[in-house]
Each structure stands twice: as structure tokens, then as C-alpha cells.
Design a protein around this ligand. Structure first.
Ligand code: SF4
Length: 481
């Protein structure tokens, strides 16, 4: 998972890109970068760390231009975490292209072998660079001296036939403008927003609407699955659906990845999380367990915990306080950092836990190590019983579409039954959302909300990968890498 943003218009780009990317910081804390374009020259800087760490005011002053891209990165399956994989990527020839990508290609190896055979070279192990070079190659084939709208659309149409996997992308084309596109399954979100600036319009394309909101842009729409959006330097907007196939956005965006204030593909993340709590409550009520207090593991489970407590008729209490200035542990690369960070990220409120039968609620259980540490902390604070509820079903399969839980060995639920997981976490009872309830909570079947949406990708929970040849050999290769 990454966060991307692109801007084109009349005002200087960098200040807006900076504020807009900060609103997407939750999507990646590993690296950040910007590129702007002025008078045929790209201004690029990227580095490891948070946006605020990589960019000081003096760095921002060096950027020029009224169009640009931004990217926050979080390493994906099998990916390295070096500076050379930070984005955006820039390619000077044939036309001058900058690109920022959110997702993961599942056939990057095949594509990269083909490109190398055709005389191209790559400077990193990143699948995003493969996408960039493929795009450059297709642009060259379908445009003569100058880029044209039809030439770009034909290149993108072919790109969508060749590239498999997840890609929500913003690009900047020298001599043309801003071009964005979303893969035919629409795994990762992408929105388009506009703002009037004098007589002209400015456009923003970003992973989530939060960027548009902070910059006072009006949301126009989601970029549809398989759609390309072209905005030239004169402000002319062209949208075209290049491939019509089944739209299967990532259900984990609604569980954990996206901000609660986001409405993605016309479905509210906040409402989905409220319904996750309601559905969990129905299941827990059947167990007839005695519960004194519902305590969310902050932050992404708090919305579900509110409706869960309400529907159980039990008190909701903030029994764990989070230090907001430490990054999300799931997002930090490396198990050692994750384990250490739990200890100084959360503090138990003894008063709300001591002598109580506590139901902890989390959005999901990935590796289980964080959950086990939290349970231990709550017991040390004097809880009489500790129960645990996960708003997501067991995560049993790796994500090959851009979320970092790559190996089955790392996923606590991949080869354990409920009882074994319960023991590993050290809890007195354990509840998981069912996959049917999760789909229902996210609005599956609500075609009145979004007739285009026929379902979600839930491959990490059910093992059905909607795109690519994802078989045992592929997963083994991924685990090896
Ligand atoms: Fe999202 Fe899971 Fe599908 Fe990956 S496998 S895209 S995390 S639902």
C-alpha cells in the first residue's frame, strides 16, 4: 500500500502536493518523494522517512512548476526498502515521464525480462519502474514526435492488456500534462477532484479524498476500474474507460488501510466499520459471554468498537491510550521494530481494566505478535478476563496486490485453528468476523450505492485471487524472495 497524489493547474504545485501528501501519510511511512515539472524540466527529490522528515522548507523552495506528483511508500510483497525504490520515478526519454504507483504487479518479472530483451535497462527492483518503462515503450510505439490524446490512450489500453495485478497510477508527461489510470480490477483507490482558479480549473488526483478535502478541492468522482484520466496543460479533461471488467476493490482498505473519513468507490469507510461492529456483536451475543467493558485497540478499530459495545449493551471505554507520534506498527518494516514499538505505542489505563472482563477489539490480527503483547499488557493491568474480537476474518493468505503480509508462515491464522490462535494470543475467548459478514458490512450487494461494484477482493482471507496466475509455485517464489 502506498499513497499517491498528482496536481495540475495554475498555482504553484509543491505547497499543495506537500499538504495533500501529509493527508495520505497513513498509507506509507517508509519513504516520500515529489516531482514537479516547469518549462520542460523535472524537479525531483525523494528519500527514506516521513514526508516531514524528508522535506524541509529549503527543499520545498527548490521545486518549481504548476504540476507535480507525490508519493508515500510502504514496501510491498517481496520488495526491497532501499532509497532507490523510493518514488516518483522519472524517465527522461522518449518523452520525459514521471510516475507514482500504488499497488503491486503480479507479472513484473515477465514484463521486466521482455523489456530487457527489447534493449531497456532498469535501475531498481521495483515493479513500479517496470510499469514506467513499459508505459514509455508503449508511448513511443503509439505516438510520433508529439504526444497525442489518442496515442496516450492506445498506449494505456495496451498497458492494461499486458500488466497484471494492482496499479493505481499518476504520471506527468512532459509536453502533455497529467495522466492517471487504474487497473481493470480497481484494487487500490483513486479519486479525482477539481477547483476553480480564476477562469481555469485545477485538478487533483489522489489515493483518498482526504487530500482533496484539506486543499479545498471538490470531489468529482472515483477513477473507475480500467479507466484513464488525461488532463493537458490547457486544462482539458478527457476520461475514458479502456477496459471493462469486474471491479474488485480491496476489502482490506475498508477494514484498516483507508482513513475512516474516506468514501471509496462510493462506499463510506466509516459506515462499513460501524457495520463491522454491529455484525460482530450479533455473533458475540450468541456466546452469552459476560463482558464488563469493550476496549478498542486504537485507532483503526475504534469505529467498529463503538457499535459493538452499543449492540452488546456494554460500556465502551478507552482502556488503551496511544502515543500518536509513533508510526503504525503494522506499517513498519521488520518484525523487530514492530515488537519494540508496541511497548511504547500503547499504554493501558489501569482504572478501566482492573478486575474487569475486558473485550479487546482490533481491526484484524496479522502476525499475532502485537495482539499477544497487548493482551499481556491488559492482564498486567489487572483484567480478570481478556477476550479478543477481530473486525476482519482470519488472514490466511499473502497479499500479492500491494499489502505487506507476504508469507503464510508470518500470518498467525494461516496454519492454526481458532483454539491454537486463542492460546497463542493468551486470551480467554476469541472472535473473528465471518467473511460473509465483512462483505455485507462493506456493502456487498448494495448495487443501489454503486451499481458498478460486484464484489471485493478478499484473497488474503479466502485465497481466491481475482487477477493473475497466483498458484502454489507463485506463492512459494514470493515467500522465497
Ligand atoms: Fe486487499 Fe487482501 Fe485483496 Fe490484498 S489480498 S488486495 S489486502 S483484500
Amino acid at each position: 500500500m502506498c499513497g499517491i497524489i498528482g496536481k495540475i493547474g495554475q498555482s504553484e504545485a509543491i505547497a499543495e502536493l506537500y499538504d495533500g501528501l501529509i493527508a495520505l501519510q497513513h498509507r506509507g511511512q517508509d519513504a516520500a518523494g515529489f516531482v514537479t515539472l516547469a518549462e520542460d524540466k523535472f524537479y525531483l527529490k525523494k528519500g527514506l522517512g516521513l514526508v516531514r522528515e524528508v522535506f524541509l522548507p529549503k527543499d520545498l523552495a527548490a521545486f518549481q512548476g504548476r504540476s507535480g506528483l507525490g508519493h508515500v511508500r510502504y514496501p510491498t510483497a517481496g520488495a526491497r526498502v532501499g532509497e532507490e525504490e523510493a518514488q516518483p520515478f522519472v524517465l527522461n526519454t522518449p518523452f520525459g515521464i514521471a510516475l507514482a504507483h500504488n499497488g503491486n504487479l503480479t507479472n513484473a518479472e515477465d514484463l521486466s525480462a521482455k523489456l530487457l530483451k527489447n534493449g531497456y535497462y532498469l535501475t531498481s527492483k521495483s515493479d513500479s519502474e517496470v510499469l514506467l518503462v513499459l508505459f514509455a515503450d508503449l508511448l513511443k510505439r503509439h505516438n510520433k514526435k508529439e504526444l497525442t490524446t489518442e496515442g496516450i490512450l492506445t498506449a494505456l489500453s495496451e498497458l492494461m492488456q499486458q500488466a497484471e495485478g494492482a496499479y493505481s497510477v499518476v504520471t506527468l508527461l512532459r509536453g502533455f500534462g497529467l495522466v492517471a489510470f487504474r487497473d481493470p480490477a480497481g484494487f487500490r483507490p483513486l479519486i479525482i477532484a477539481e477547483r476553480a482558479e480564476g477562469f481555469a480549473k485545477e485538478y487533483l488526483i489522489a489515493s483518498e479524498p482526504s487530500s482533496a478535502a484539506v486543499l479545498d478541492y471538490k470531489l468529482i468522482d472515483d477513477v473507475a476500474a480500467g479507466e484513464a484520466v488525461l488532463i493537458d496543460f490547457q486544462g482539458k479533461l478527457e476520461r475514458r474507460r479502456l477496459v471493462k471488467s469486474e471491479h474488485k476493490p480491496c476489502i482490506f482498505e475498508y477494514v484498516y488501510l483507508a482513513r475512516p473519513d474516506s468514501v471509496l468507490d462510493k462506499l463510506s469507510v466509516y459506515k462499513a466499520r460501524l457495520r463491522m461492529g454491529e455484525r460482530l456483536a450479533r455473533q458475540i451475543l450468541q456466546s452469552e459471554l459476560e463482558i464488563d467493558v469493550v476496549v478498542p485497540v486504537p485507532d483503526s478499530s475504534t469505529t467498529a468498537a463503538i457499535t459493538l459495545a452499543y449492540n452488546l449493551g456494554v460500556k465502551y471505554r478507552e482502556g488503551l491510550v496511544k502515543n500518536r507520534y509513533i508510526g503504525r506498527t503494522f506499517i513498519m518494516p521488520g518484525q523487530a521494530i514492530r515488537q519494540k514499538s508496541v511497548r511504547y505505542k500503547l499504554t493501558p489505563v489501569d482504572l478501566e481494566l482492573k478486575g474487569k472482563k475486558v473485550l479487546l477489539v482490533d481491526d484484524s490480527i496479522v502476525r499475532g505478535t502485537t495482539s499477544a503483547r497487548i493482551v499481556e499488557m491488559v492482564r498486567q493491568a489487572g483484567a480478570e478476563k481478556v477476550y479478543f474480537a477481530s473486525a476482519a476474518p482470519p488472514l490466511r493468505w499473502p497479499c500479492v496486490y500491494g499489502v505487506d503480509f507476504p508469507t503464510r508462515a508470518e500470518l498467525v491464522a494461516s496454519n492454526r485453528d481458532l483454539n491454537e490462535i486463542k492460546q497463542l494470543l493468551g486470551v480467554d475467548a476469541l472472535f473473528y468476523q465471518t467473511i460473509e459478514d465483512l462483505r455485507a458490512a462493506c456493502g456487498d450487494g448494495r448495487t443501489d450505492l454503486n451499481p458498478d461494484l460486484k464484489g471485493f477482493c478478499a484473497a488474503c482471507m479466502d485465497g481466491h485471487y481475482p487477477v493473475g496466475k497466483i498458484d502454489e509455485a507463485y506463492l512459494k517464489g514470493l515467500e522465497k524472495s
